[in-house]
Write a protein that binds this ligand. Sequence first.
Ligand code: ADP
Ligand code: ZN
Length: 712
Amino acid sequence: MSSFFYSVVTASRSSGIGDGLTYEGNGTIVPGSIVRVPLRNSLVEGIVFDVQSEKQEELRDIKRIKELLGDQPLLTEAQLRTVRWMAEYYVCSLRQALSVWLPPPPWKRVLPQEITGYRLAERRLPVRGKKQAAVSDVLAGKEWMSDDDVRRESGASKSVVQAMLKKGLLIEERKRGSLVVSVAGASPVKELPVLTPAQEAAYEQIKDGNKPALLFGITGSGKTEIYAQLIADAVAQGKQAIVLVPEILLTEHSIARFERLLHRSAIAVIHSKLTERERREEWKRIRSGAVSLVIGSRSALFSPLHRLGVIVLDEEHEWTYKNEQTPRYHARDTAEALARHAGARLVLGSASPSLESWAAAKSGRYALVRLPERYRQLPLPRVTVVDLAVVQFGTLYPFSPPLLRALEDRLRKREQSVLFLNRRGMASAVLCLQCRRRIVCQESQLPFTVHHTVQGRPYLLDHSTGVSADIPPLCPHCKSPRLRAIGAGTQKIETLLSTLFPQARVIRADSDTLTDAADMREVLRKMREGEADILLGTQTVVKGLDLPNVTLAVVLLADLGMSLPHFRSGERVFQLLTQLTGRSGRAKDGEVIIQTFRPDAPEIIAASKHDTEKFLDDEWKLRLHSAYPPASGMIRFITRGEGAQERAKRLHASVQRAIAAEKSDAKSYVAPTFWGGGRQWHVLIRGTDIKCLLPSLDLKDVSVDVDPLETM
Ligand code: ADP
Ligand code: ZN
């Protein structure tokens, strides 16, 4: 028998073999299958990555694959290729890249259980009585039938079967069921969307395109309807779809939309609150072929769909699409690789695209599809910007007079308001109202955060260096005494609201008050049914709401989150403001109030004018000019624990040597990370071609973060 050579990635965590070992087999095993192979003195399970008919010269003493488990591969060719792409692009081992595609080992637990069944004996013996005759009729001409099926179809009892076994009329055989049990698509689409002409045009463009599509559609333009139509098309062709959302617990309404499209049993919803067991059961159900649509957060991309037709990333600009553990993948880029290998359509939807996607669209790598009008041509809300530095608040901070007037107006008209706050805690930074600068730490030049001693006395702390200081009486920059601790938590605002508007019914929604999807559903129900007047929430909660009676959306303090000197902070604030302003006026005329200490910041001006394209074009020019991503590449190396600082500094020195040796344009620097309390350090490299620097570096015990989002 001729031999074939298989590369097998084992579940065993031993280092040095993360990219697989070569085994010999007989040529019938398909890549993606699960096998048992000898490793040292035991048998371990592994996934077959590829097969070759010739072995590489230098390999000797190649062991044989012991056993093939299961009747079908767990992963498709396209999925295996994507695993390879991830390992290469994100600089990790194949096993690390593979880990996100399968439930935790032992992997064979995803295989169907072995079940008992029977066949008729070759030598026909006379049967006794009607029951035995019925069993023999049921099995006649069949190779094998499970115990359950035999008894159900023949009506015979266990003892009849036992008697026949004893007599040698039946032969018992155990078999593993098939991974694939059903193929969905019988009565697929329940209710097709009816697209508006503008939506229809965007849909046609996406459908006929041959590259990833960036669906740049303003808030309320009906992007979900377009996704629904694309999914319906895929299902009609017997294919399957994945819809990724930034945070599944907050996506009830889009799930409801897809439940109108497809039968609930053809949909799988994957979220982070699933137990390991539930996750494995969902994995099996999806692999069985019964599922046409998987909805979930970033990891849903790795669902075992074998007939993938379309992938949707909704709100593609969201940061939750980046995995902050090895493999540190970004779902957008990984989806692009998977869609390419699987021949599937990829749609990235956003009202405020990421600079990455904008650049890809401008360069022609993505097709740019615009959807510039709201459903039923409703106008975007009018926006008022309130300069917080010139308002005399007294004790009412952060409620400015225009805000108070607008809230009163909604209460009188029985319309609803949504108030967003960017953070839960209390005060966060100290700002000078005169020169509008923050008090920064001398050592790191990063803004101090306000903390309170146990006695309640406020002081300043720099998280990156651990340096603390008293709050100075005068601004260190301009000597003005007009210093203010900015930021107020949702709790404090709730209290203030109840004093200002005792008659208003207020709901507070942040991660303190919401624990699961049911809580969120209750909030939405109360708002929909008019049982509340004001919804006060953190941005993560409120960002995606589609509530028709909301005519006022308020950003209490647009500057939180901007306090860090991060090259993406303008982009992030812009995205946030766009999402938040999009909550108002979704069914009738709406208004938005943005309160800020920086009314002249480009992102605030652009968001208040709904001028997304200008913001993106300007920001792109800025990135090009300053050589920051996506105009350049970026890699971050992280060291932790014992000797983190020395190891980071040593690594930085070798990066510098590599830059000189390669004559690279790259820049690099080393620093403690912002939240690491001095125990976590990182080295950042930025430049056009930085991957070429990697081979010369010793990356043992170093986390590699390619295209990092966190760079502080
Ligand atoms: P986006 O995600 O682009 O902000 P949505 O998909 O949430 O917008 O749509 C906004 C609202 O308009 C939703 O309530 C949606 O049901 C409604 N809508 C949009 N397009 C249609 C359509 N073609 N038919 C019916 N309702 C629509
Ligand atoms: Zn000042």
